[in-house]
Design a binder for this molecule. Structure first.
Ligand code: KIV
Ligand code: ZN
Length: 512
């Protein structure tokens, strides 16, 4: 057995399944580039057959990423598998990941299939996929709640048909570490051809144990691939977090004895990029990437760290990409310095026109804010990419008045389908007034299920980053907006969420 642990990132597929986390094609490519810089072994870029948008995203990523294997999810049927293979054509290294549920509950209630039918469909699908791609991963969905004898038969059959990776999902996050580790071990011992495939773990975090379960699957079960997402993004309580599992294996090499190829210095930038793109804010006390992960507030701890760092620190902040808030650019910085910083941050822009537009926005921001941090640039570029895609709604300007004892009032100008709209409204506060002024014209009827403000670089001089989550006709979308003025940031976030509601892309769910 090898001592290399394969890191399979599914931020762009399972992570994106989290309600509100949907990303545009270009946002996905930007994140894929960051994953490549991280040296992720396999990037699951999407579920090509689920929508045209997903197909195009997988194709774009397959055509542009050089170093990582690019994977598409696919249900176990010929149409989905052929679509995945088509989207992956341009990849240097491609993988098709096909799945079918194997637990009694899923087979009976969801698929309405007998176990024999499921076994037959799994076998046929892997046979079909193997003719299109050399690298095939098979997942028995809800594998952890499946009956062991039946699961062994399915796995043995798909390995015989040429599956090269066997992934055992704890789809509903029900496992506990020791039991999950032993489950993988039992499967590997009982499946006669188990040595012909790499074993993989895929854990959801419903009981907060996704990372622990994955590590047990590796340590006890002998799995050599972990499926994970940046920031643990994913449906419900999320997936196993990449940064936590990687740093656990690296920091405790004495215990795990495994190597991971991840370039950890890019972890924090990846975390920020995913959070800014999806609007899913990282909790301050989140391991590795939370703002407080390396902050020592108590006097005893500070004293200890100053005397000898390892008294209270088991990892070095700089090893995962934390740097003291760096002032990177200012008012006098030129276009070349801006362009170079974009490159260093892993942001690539398709055309000189896009760079010029982003640079103009940078200058505008630098006029209002003397110190520009990396976080400001990433926020500005996120805004720019939204504006550059011919979105339905775009922010133009806003003025608002609020005074103690008076009802706040806002006037806003925005475009809808290229046409300028002027709106005005009162509200409980200036943010409320501004969003009401937009809603009066748009009449989306959407319910706001979340509104949050975050200071991008920590002080009152910082830009405010606002996330707005809207729900309408069963769809949930997140909009993110950034500006030194939080009322403007709120209006931008609201328009961004409306843009996402406006784009009607529906996807086939991978589960359920
Ligand atoms: O959680 C799960 O079962 C999945 C499969 C589709 C691999 O994401
Ligand atoms: Zn999953």
């Amino acid at each position: 057995m090898t001592d290399q642990l394969i890191i399979f990132d599914t931020t762009l597929r399972d992570g994106e399944q989290s309600p509100g986390a949907s990303m545009t094609r270009d946002e996905k490519l930007r994140i894929a580039r960051q994953l490549e810089r991280l040296k992720v072994d396999v990037i699951e870029a999407g579920f090509a057959a689920s929508s045209n948008g997903d197909f195009e995203a997988v194709q774009l990523i397959a055509n542009n990423i050089q170093d990582s294997t690019i994977c598409s999810l696919s249900r176990a049927n010929d149409r989905d598998i052929a679509r995945a293979a088509e989207a992956l054509k341009g990849a240097n290294r491609a993988r098709i990941h096909t799945f079918i549920a194997t637990s009694p509950l899923h087979m009976e209630k969801k698929l309405r299939m007998t176990p024999e039918q499921v076994l037959e469909q799994a076998t046929q699908s892997v046979r079909f996929a193997r003719n299109l791609c050399a690298d095939i991963e098979f997942s028995p969905e809800d594998g952890y709640r499946s009956e062991v004898d039946f699961l062994c038969r399915v796995i043995e059959a798909v390995i015989r048909e040429g599956a090269t990776t066997i992934n055992v999902p704890d789809t509903v996050g029900y496992a506990v570490p020791e039991l999950y580790g032993n489950f993988i071990k039992t499967l590997r011992e009982r499946v006669p051809n188990s040595d012909k495939a790499i074993w993989s773990v895929h854990c959801h975090n419903d009981l907060g144990m996704a990372v622990a379960n994955s590590l047990a699957g590796v340590k006890i079960g002998g799995a050599r691939q972990v499926e994970c997402t940046i920031n643990g993004l994913g449906e419900r309580a999320g997936n196993c977090s990449l940064e936590e599992v990687v740093m656990a294996v690296k920091t405790r090499k004495d215990y795990f004895g495994l190597n991971v190829g991840i370039d950890t210095q890019h972890i924090v930038a990846a975390s920020r990029m995913v959070s800014q793109t999806t609007g899913f804010v990282v909790q301050p006390n989140k391991a590795v990437v939370g703002a407080n992960a390396f902050a020592h507030a108590s006097g005893i701890h500070q004293d200890g760290v100053l005397k000898a760092r390892d008294t209270y620190e088991i990892m070095r902040a700089e090893d995962v990409g934390w740097s003291a808030n760096k002032i990177v650019l200012g008012k006098l910085s030129g276009r070349n310095a801006f362009k170079q910083r974009l490159q260093e941050l892993g942001v690539s822009m398709d055309s000189e026109a896009d760079i010029n537009a982003a640079f103009a926005r940078f200058k505008e921001l630098a006029d209002r804010k003397s110190e520009i941090f990396d976080e400001d640039i990433l926020a500005l570029v996120s805004d720019e990419s939204a504006a550059g895609q011919g979105e339905e709604y775009a922010f133009v300007s806003l003025s608002q008045h609020s005074e103690t004892g008076e009802r706040p009032h806002a006037q806003i100008v925005f475009t809808a389908g290229g046409k300028e709209i002027k709106g005005a409204s009162d509200g409980n506060g200036p943010v409320d007034a501004s969003l009401k002024a937009i809603e009066q014209h748009v009449q989306s009827g959407a319910e706001m299920v979340l509104y949050s403000v975050n200071a991008i670089s920590g002080s009152t001089e910082s830009q405010g980053e606002v996330t707005v989550r809207l729900q309408s006709s069963g769809r949930v979308v997140n909009g993110v907006g950034a500006d030194p003025d939080i009322v403007v940031a709120s209006a931008k976030a609201y328009l961004s969420a409306l843009n996402k509601l406006h784009s009607k892309a529906e996807k086939v769910a991978a589960q359920g």
